[in-house]
Design a protein around this ligand. Structure first.
Ligand code: GLN
Length: 202
């Protein structure tokens, strides 16, 4: 049984539950999904893998920030755990922003820098096929006010490409994507996440 921690601070999070259920059926890996909003839920559920969904990174930082500043304490607890462990993570869109730029004075969780809302106003949101080297195939990319990795800053594996951009990176058992796989019927990134946990517990 893989315990999945889904950070439910804001934004496209319910779609991740569907993708996870689909991924569990496809892979045969049994899961329990734990919705995490606060530091105490984070401690209580002791999850094996984590999903950091999209939303608005400024809002996520506020609602999940440290308790002294009125936040729920979830993000500081998660980031400090991730710095001490190899726990697998999938971060999508604003989730990728937080992982590359935790803004808590500590080390970034991915060795890459990222710019918010980098596609400009006219093309705020779009859908297009992306190329995933990790799966050796294409994937439907749903980009919503997406950020952009600074290509020259990436010091881990580039695994997803759209035109001249890198739109997905992988660092050991962690993936950050600038698009939203949970808004498609394709749950291969969620399957990948579950497999990381079952490999690491073998
Ligand atoms: N534009 C958002 C931000 O800057 C990210 C958008 C998303 O997660 N879909 O945080």
């Amino acid at each position: 049984m893989v315990r999945v921690g889904l950070c439910m601070l804001q934004g496209a999070r319910h779609a991740h539950i569907q993708s996870l259920q689909h991924a569990s059926e496809q892979s045969g890996i049994e899961i329990s999904i734990h919705e995490l909003r606060t530091e105490s839920q984070f401690q209580k559920y002791n999850c094996d893998v984590f999903i950091l969904p999209g939303g608005e990174s400024t809002t996520l930082r506020k609602t999940g920030g440290d308790r002294e500043s009125g936040g729920s304490g979830l993000l500081p607890a998660l980031f400090s755990h991730l710095r001490k462990s190899n726990s697998p993570v999938l971060g999508t869109c604003a989730g990728a922003i937080l992982l590359c730029d935790p803004d808590d004075g500590g080390e970034p969780l991915f060795p890459a820098s990222i710019d918010r809302n980098a596609y400009g106003r006219q093309t705020d949101s779009f859908q297009d096929v992306v190329d995933v080297s990790l799966f050796n195939s294409q994937f439907p990319g749903v980009f919503i006010r997406a950020p952009r990795f600074n290509r020259s800053s990436i010091l881990c594996d580039s695994i997803v490409f759209h035109e001249n951009e890198v739109v997905g990176i992988k660092h050991n058992s962690r993936i950050a994507l600038t698009f939203h796989p949970e808004l498609t019927n394709d749950s291969r990134f969620h399957v990948w996440l579950l497999q990381q946990a079952s490999h690491s517990s073998e």
